[in-house]
Every structure is written in C-alpha cells, then in structure tokens.
Design a protein around this ligand. Structure first.
Ligand code: HEC
Length: 187
C-alpha cells in the first residue's frame, strides 16, 4: 500500500468515525422534532375554518392568510356599499357557506366572514373586517352573539373589537342575521 492511499483511508476512517459519533445522535433528534411539530388534523381544520376570537391571534391569523384555503370568496374586489375602506373582497367560512346553501336565516356558532379592505387600491389588502358568530341565537339580542373586528391599517393600535359593537350592529342589524353582503356561494 502506498502512502497516498493509506492517508486516504485514514481520512475516510475519520469521517466515518465522526459521523458515527455525532451524526448518529443528531439524526434521530431531527426526525423526532419533525414528527412533533405538525398540529393534529382536527386542530388544523379548526384553525383554517374559524378565525380566532383573541384580538392579537386574530390579526396574526389574518396576516397569515389562513382564511384563504377553505373560505369561499367573491369573484372580484369591488367598492363597498358601506363605510368599509373603499374596495373590498368578502370571504365566507365553510359553516356560513353551508348555512346559506341550506337557506338558513340564523347562522350556526362559528359562522364567520372576513372582508379584505383594499382602500383605494385593488392589489393589496391593507385592513380587515371580521364577524364571528359566537352563539347560535336570534337577531334580537342586539348583535351580541356576533364578535365584530375591524382594522383599517392592519395593526391592532385602534381596531374595533368586541361582541355587539354598537356602531357595527346599527348598520348590520338589517342584514340576514347581520350579514349585509348580497354575495351567495353557488350551489
Ligand atoms: C353604515 C353601515 C355599516 C356600518 C356602520 C358597518 N358596516 Fe359592515 N357592512 C356594511 C355593508 C353595506 C356591507 C356589505 C358589503 C359591502 O358593501 O362592503 C358590510 C359588510 C361587512 C362584512 C362582510 C360580511 C357582511 O355582513 O356582508 C363584515 C365582516 C363587516 N361588514 C364588518 C363590520 C364591522 C366589524 C363593523 C363595525 C366596526 C361594520 N361592519 C360596520 C355596512 C356597514
């Protein structure tokens, strides 16, 4: 055996030894971490379908665009008929979509809408309006079974937030269980 080959074999031995010592321990940890990370299927489904009611969680959820996977949206950004920051695009969650298809006029707990506010543009949502039904009750309770949220600038510095916010309720009370949009998902 010549010296070059011997050196190569020593080098190979060192690398294998290193991998055996450190690589071996390191690999299973990585695999374990990867297995622990994804949430359960139920948690994931709920997370996609109903917005969180906590204000800060809600804003994070909106910014991450979590509603986009399962909510049904209007076809196009359009000017709002209400005081909702110029151009808007409204999304309904699967519970609301099902209720509308069933021609319900009182929606179930969890029925939700997200409205993207584009202000004067049409490309980028700057703010959000959200409504979440927190209890399946009638329309006579001054809207306190709906959680209302609105931010015009995408921050939580001065948002509207709360159950039955009077300003929102005043205008939404003439809707179908507070729903004002005329958009209905196709059957
Ligand atoms: C002056 C009337 C008016 C007020 C006040 C108002 N809205 Fe609306 N809102 C509307 C109208 C009209 C629509 C229908 C879609 C559109 O044209 O923007 C609507 C739509 C929405 C939607 C989409 C679901 C739906 O009902 O169509 C959300 C969410 C929403 N508003 C949230 C709010 C929140 C939160 C507040 C209070 C901070 C509020 N709105 C105050 C008139 C109003």
């Amino acid at each position: 055996m010549n010296h070059g080959k011997l050196r190569q074999q020593i080098k190979l031995g060192l690398v294998t030894g290193f991998l055996a010592l450190f690589g071996w321990n390191w690999m299973p940890d990585q695999t374990l971490a990867a297995q622990e990370e994804p949430p359960t299927e139920e948690a994931q489904a709920a997370d996609d379908e109903i917005p969180p009611t906590d204000r800060d969680e809600l804003l994070k959820w909106l910014k991450a665009g979590k509603y986009k996977a399962k909510f049904v949206s209007e076809k196009k950004v359009h000017p709002s008929d209400g005081p909702h920051g110029g151009n808007v695009l409204t999304y309904y969650n699967p519970i609301l979509v099902e209720d509308l298809k069933d021609k319900k006029t009182l929606f179930r707990t969890g029925a939700s809408m997200v409205k993207e506010l584009y202000l004067s543009g049409t490309e980028k949502a700057v703010g959000y309006s959200v409504m979440i039904k927190t209890k399946e009750k009638g329309t006579k309770a001054k809207g306190k079974f709906w959680l209302f949220y609105e931010t015009f600038d995408g921050t939580n510095q001065n948002p509207f937030y709360g159950k039955g916010v009077p300003l929102c309720v005043n205008c939404h009370t003439i809707g179908v269980d507070f729903l004002r949009s005329t958009f209905r998902p196709e059957n």
